[in-house]
Ligand binder design. Structure first.
Ligand code: NAP
Length: 310
């Protein structure tokens, strides 16, 4: 593949920016990758592992002459960052982000940007519970969706170019309104994370009663919750603060369904439970058929372990 942007500035060098750097390198999509992070420690690690072609000390220095700028920091940090870089942005540059919430980013970042740049907010629907400059890998976005939420004034050519970059990184790309994105993600990602945090919190309270049994006998269901609940606290605090309305809407519906299931258990309504679980099983089948997960038992863990050993 050929170079899509001559100079890409990555601001924040964690899981997502690191994975973008690896994926862009895999297919030669960027002429040069310049990176910066908040802490000297992260910048030193990035330099040490050769994550970028150049690591610089400030966001202002990173965006100098860049034709693509990627904001890859927690959503709550983006407005300040946008204000810092605004006077240094090159004419005609595209500014994007990878934040998990879109309406808030549009409102917080957009007003800081000068008229001579293109703003194309984005969100790769791919991640792990790991963070930091060493956590990224080139395959993270392969066959996963990246959603772009261009604003009304965005030049379609700028969106198309960014779409090419994400496609080159292995992603499937869709465009969507920011509000719609936030509602969809409240259902598919944000509320499930909150539920996982809650369930692990409940077990933690219980652990004080049962000592280490919660850990020792942790079955698949609980283990999967703990993986999700190990996600970065800063990132997820910002997600809930910035996608407040959609998350509260979905949580309200969740609570209603939970009460209905609670009543079915209390009254011994097995038909209700069976019908409900049959419906949810079909959703799992749909995800596998769409190629978004594996149907190997235990989410493919046994297979992966065997392959690693081999
Ligand atoms: P990460 O691995 O924790 O990395 C975050 C980076 O942002 C670090 O380089 C950190 O610098 C920097 N940073 C943190 N707070 C900052 C601040 N106040 N000002 C300036 N820089 C700051 O995070 P990530 O998982 O890559 O997430 C980055 C963005 O991607 C977030 O907006 C998140 O919502 C979104 N996202 C995450 C996932 C996921 O599953 N993780 C998936 C899709 C989208 P230091 O290391 O120096 O502290």
């Amino acid at each position: 593949m050929s170079v899509i942007y001559k100079r890409v500035a990555l601001i924040g060098l964690g899981l997502i920016a690191g994975s973008m750097a690896h994926a862009m390198r895999r297919n030669g999509l960027a002429g040069e990758i310049v990176g910066t992070a908040r802490s000297a420690e992260t910048r030193a690690i990035a330099l040490d592992i050769g994550l970028c072609d150049r690591v610089v000390d400030t966001p202002a220095a990173a965006v100098e002459g860049a034709d693509l700028v990627v904001l890859a920091v927690p959503v709550g940090a983006m407005a300040d960052l946008a204000a810092q870089i605004a006077p240094h942005l090159a004419r005609g540059a595209t500014i994007t982000d990878v934040g998990s919430v879109k309406r808030d980013v549009v409102e917080q970042v957009g007003p800081h940007l000068p008229d001579h740049v293109h703003f194309v907010p984005g969100h790769p629907l791919a991640g792990t519970e790991h963070s930091g400059p060493r956590s990224g890998f080139a395959e993270l976005f392969d066959n996963r969706y990246t959603i772009l939420t261009p604003v009304d004034s965005t030049d379609p050519a700028a969106t198309a170019r960014l779409r090419d970059l994400w496609t080159g990184c292995g992603a499937l790309v869709e465009e969507m309104e920011a509000d719609h994105h936030d509602l969809v993600l409240a259902v598919t990602s944000h509320t499930p994370h909150l539920i996982a945090y809650t369930m692990v919190g409940v077990a933690d309270d219980l652990r004080r009663v049962t000592d280490s049994e919660v850990i020792k006998y942790s079955a698949a269901g609980f283990r999967d919750f703990t993986r999700i609940a190990a996600s970065d606290p800063t990132m997820w605090r910002d997600v809930f603060l910035s996608n407040k309305d959609a998350t509260l809407e979905i949580l309200g519906r969740f609570t209603e369904e939970l009460f209905a299931l609670q009543r079915a258990i209390r009254t011994g309504d097995g038909d209700h439970l069976h019908e409900y679980f049959t419906r949810t099983r079909a959703i799992r089948r749909g995800i596998i058929e769409a190629g978004q997960d594996t149907d190997a038992p235990n989410f493919g863990r046994e297979v992966a372990r065997k392959e690693n050993k081999g």
